[in-house]
Design a protein around this ligand. Sequence first.
Ligand code: ADP
Ligand code: ADP
Ligand code: MG
Length: 665
Amino acid sequence: MFDKILIANRGEIACRVIKTARRMGIKTVAVYSEADANARHVRLADEAVLIGPAAARESYLVIDKIIAAAKATGAQAIHPGYGFLSENEDFCHACEREGIVFIGPPVSAIRAMGSKSEAKKLMEAAGVPLTPGYHGDDQEPSYLHQQADAIGYPVLIKAAAGGGGKGMRLVEKSEDFIDLLASCKREASSSFGDDHVLVEKYITKPRHIEIQVFGDTHGNVVYLFERDCSVQRRHQKVLEEAPAPGMTLERRAAMGKAAVEAAKAVGYVGAGTVEFIANQDGSFYFMEMNTRLQVEHPVTEMITGLDLVEWQLRVAAGEPLPLAQEDIHLSGHAIEVRLYTEDPYDGFAPQTGTVQFWRPERALAGRAKGQCAFGEVRIDAGIHEGGQISPYYDPMVAKLIVHGRNRQDAIRRLMAALDDAPLLGLRHNARFLRDLLDHPAFREARMHTTLIDQWLQDGEPLLQRPRPETLTWALAAAALVAQAPSALRPDSVAAWSTTLTLAGTTESQAVRIRPHGAQVSVQLADGTVFAFEQLGWHDHRLSYQIDGVQRQAICQVQGGQVTLALGATVFVFDEKSPFPQNHQALDPRKLRSPVAGTVCAIAVAVGDPVKAGQPLLCVEAMKMEMWLNARADGIVTALHASLKGSVAAGSVLAELALTNEETNP
Ligand code: ADP
Ligand code: ADP
Ligand code: MG
């Protein structure tokens, strides 16, 4: 076994690998960019090496710098995590050349599965069922068009080198094929440097079911059952579970066999995932193989009781697989949710800022394994209190995973864990995840891969920003008093002594406060009065009694801003109205960048007439593209953006002279 390994990654996965290495007595080396100097993975590792500026292509993606860090620290092996260099053949080669063990499959397996087209050819030969389609070498547009017509619409055009849900186009009818093919090829060249595509039958309302496989250097390959990843948004996973609801023993065995065949066909070693797309009727087709540890591997660990990173390390060190197929068993039900610093109620816009409160231990307390057979709660996080979420990397900051006796049990436990692990400081999707777990479509296992996208179009209530209840407004006002009682006029005990204007995210109201000792009464604009008793404040915990019942909330007051976490839902109120600022943001004459990022498209030029709603330019941050649309008809008078240029959050990127000046504020 190794004495020391380097982890060529960041965030939660780097922290997670360090955890197992520590448990096994293996020293760890972290690498980090300038933006990550203070990051959690750097703090957890035994040693850390700075590898360059914030941009991943200048740090986490630079093979030479990572190899140099491994040599400088004497690391014998490198764990690549997922994303970044995990499926990069050149990196794998470089490790080999330098005599460093790459903790992953051999170069040949990465290459074989790197192209979706080549992978499909191999799977065809191995007898694995494939999504009907064309994955040949002829890339002539008219020929591909013929193939699509023969497959029958709708079809999906996919970049052979694609990944992360990028480089795909849905074609509904023959007339649209040629244009969408061109746009897919453009995106494929710019994102993956390879415009080779394949065409597949588009399966409507499918489920995504994948099989975890493991191989060793002694020729053994096993499967560790399935994961259901059908809850997706724009083809990216939001929540995963194991086992898949409704899975029969026969189908599991058939899929497991197909996955093991797939792995054997490429001489697979280490952890890998064979992804299938499944029809509502249960038929399944090979989609692709991911030659690395998957984001959602913890659900498999929970139902099998195994540590997949330990298996990876043992296999990389040349040991045989610890268990044979018949010794691997499945118990209970596990669900994972991905906590993203994205605002689900604002088009899932990625958020940057400081983590002001994050104490996940609270969710773990009393739920550790050992106290009962099921019910383990696990939080894999890449953040810490005081840490920064920068715009340079993926906005997934943590995963919450639970194990239940059965699916309903797991759902309840996960909702409770989300309630007990609030994140304060920036917007995120915890409340959305909780609502999702509680939604009938999920409870009844009716999810399919495009349901959330459909909800976005249908205006599903789960995607509407939750409005604070009257009690929440009152509690925010009481929190201000509890935190700084002296700031309020102490003179009148009987009279309403102070009036505040509290502004929530979308509305504001005047509230009156009457403090007396540990009791505070709050009157809202509509006249409702709440009397809080035994108001107490201790280390971010606001306790109060109302109508004879004691409750508490996680709360933070900073300046005039009150942040209240009521379970998984976080509300922010400002004592001074933020609306003048919003007003500025709404001025249709100036289009501002919603985030710090890079300009990835400019669709207009100075002097162009534009219509309200027309997309003007696009900013990319955290792998997400956000178009800025004109909010009124007008003429572009200035552009303050250049292609690939960096822009700050809030900076003006385009200016318009409005056609109809009356619409000006
Ligand atoms: P999974 O199937 O495990 O969800 P994906 O293939 O979508 O995985 O990606 C796994 C991880 O790889 C992501 O969470 C992200 O960190 C990283 N990743 C995926 N695509 C990209 C990309 N285009 N650029 C950078 N990182 C990516
Ligand atoms: P990536 O490399 O981006 O992960 P995949 O081929 O794994 O690409 O596809 C990602 C997602 O796109 C799947 O999980 C599924 O939701 C959807 N998808 C892929 N192929 C099809 C198909 N033939 N029909 C319908 N949806 C598909
Ligand atoms: Mg995939």
